[in-house]
Design a protein around this ligand. Structure first.
Ligand code: GBH
Length: 428
């Protein structure tokens, strides 16, 4: 078939990129190498009782040493995009001050390796591993954090800018606020309403500051936020005020300030003059992470091994269509979508039919939105590799590539083989 015909048959635009995602703390290991500083997650994993099984990320998938082989796997799967994050404590061990060259060199090797393999980098600046030294100065509760982040971002922009990645600022600000400052299950493990409101606003300010720094340092490059969003699904009898409140909580408290320059009514934030103009500076892309809907009124769907992850592929479609309708025709990329399910090892094979079904059904929903004119330019499965799943430790496996931790051997799961064949146009 002609390229145009096969593109049409595949249901995505010709320039569409298929990818996978990881984050620094979850895959790298090597936490004490090359002058890396301590992050709040190093501290947290060392305090007893916080992580299932007492696991820590000191070795994890050892990606810091095995990155080249891991990128070979990505290339062999036919991926043309790879989303990773830069560990702030590798770049500024104490969170501020001059760059640590060895830290920068690791990420330069990584983006060079991606380029050699024809894979586009999508670089997240912050995926939760705040330098502990900054936490000791108040962390994201301190309004100065926006400037700290801007300084850090500019170092990374200048060091890696030649690779012209798509830049993403802060991974899932909602999760940082909710789990770190409301539920108290991620570091710094607070339950403090005022702190949560301040952190929400400061993360938005930090985002806007990084956007401004990129525009000044490297005009013409692309940047945007990475938001985990959940459409609200209910049984039809839900109180409309409750539905609106859930939508504000899940989606609008970040989308509205970033894309409309205003917090939704009822959302309290320590806003000063000029803040909302900074926060709503135009983005080039919106990175969307979709796992599950928010359900109301007794509506429930089956879950993966993650009890919070209700499976509802149509939510992907609903979300994408809604984003275009309510926030305009900004380019979207799916930067995370995936699930933990049992992996059955059998010789050299790893069977994970439920993961394949999850990914397949969500891609189908995404394609339906694309067919209706929503501008989605890439899809990234979470995750390329099994890795350190935060408080769940290594017990929950999210990779399409199995990691045998004792040997660090990688095995492509059936879901990876399916994804490879789908990308190559061989899967139905
Ligand atoms: C993403 O978060 C992260 O970006 C990624 O690092 C992570 O590995 C991946 O997903 C898989 O979890 O426990 O009931 O309080 C996903 C979004 C939002 C999911 C908060 C867990 C907490 C639900 N997360 N949610 S609960």
């Amino acid at each position: 078939p002609s390229p145009a015909a096969s593109a049409a048959a595949s249901g995505v635009p010709r320039a569409f990129r298929w990818g996978a995602a990881t984050s620094a703390f979850q895959v790298e290991g090597a936490t004490a190498e090359d002058s890396r500083g301590t992050s709040i997650w190093d501290t947290f994993t060392r305090s007893p009782g916080k992580i299932r099984g007492g696991d820590n990320a000191d070795v994890s998938a050892d990606h810091y040493h095995r990155w080249a082989g891991d990128l070979d796997l990505a290339r062999d799967l036919g991926l043309t995009s790879y989303r990773f994050s830069v560990a702030w404590p590798r770049i500024q061990p104490d969170g501020r001050g001059p760059a640590n060259q060895k830290g920068l060199d690791f990420y330069k090797r990584l983006v060079g390796g991606l380029r050699e393999r024809g894979i586009s980098p999508v670089v997240t600046l912050y995926h939760w591993d705040l330098p502990q030294a900054l936490q000791d100065q108040g962390g994201w509760e301190n309004r100065d954090s926006a400037q700290w982040f801007g300084d850090y971002a500019e170092i990374v922009f200048r060091a890696l800018g030649d690779a012209t990645p798509t830049w993403l600022t802060i991974n899932e600000p909602k999760t940082i606020v909710q789990l770190g400052y409301a539920d108290g299950v991620h570091p710094p493990a607070k339950r403090d309403r005022a702190a949560a409101q301040a952190v929400m606003h400061h993360l938005n300010l930090a985002h806007g500051t990084a956007v401004r720094r990129l525009r000044a340092a490297l005009p013409g490059q692309r940047i945007g936020p990475a938001l985990n969003l959940s459409p609200v699904v209910h049984d039809g009898n839900a109180d409309p005020a409750q539905v609106t409140a859930a939508d504000i909580f899940e989606n609008r408290r970040f989308l509205d300030p970033l894309f409309k320059g205003a917090y939704p009514s009822g959302v309290e934030a320590p806003v000063r003059d000029g803040d909302l103009a900074l926060i709503s500076a135009p983005n080039d892309v919106l990175a969307v992470q979709y796992y599950n809907p928010a359900t109301l009124g007794g509506k429930k769907f089956p879950t993966s091994q993650a009890t919070w992850e209700q499976i509802y592929p149509q939510g992907m479609y609903d979300l994408l269509v809604r984003l275009k309708r309510d926030y305009g025709d900004i380019p979207l990329m799916i930067t995370e979508n995936g699930a933990p399910f049992p992996d059955t090892l059998e010789g050299d094979r790893v069977h994970d039919p439920q993961r394949t079904a999850y990914i397949r059904d969500h891609i189908a929903a995404m394609k339906k939105a694309i067919a209706e004119g929503v501008n989605v330019e890439a899809y990234h499965v979470w995750s390329l590799l099994d890795n350190f799943e935060w408080t769940e430790g290594y017990g929950q496996r999210w990779g399409i590539v199995y990691v045998d931790y004792p040997t660090q051997r990688r095995i492509l799961k059936d879901s990876a083989l399916w994804y490879r064949d789908m990308i190559a146009g061989r899967a139905v």
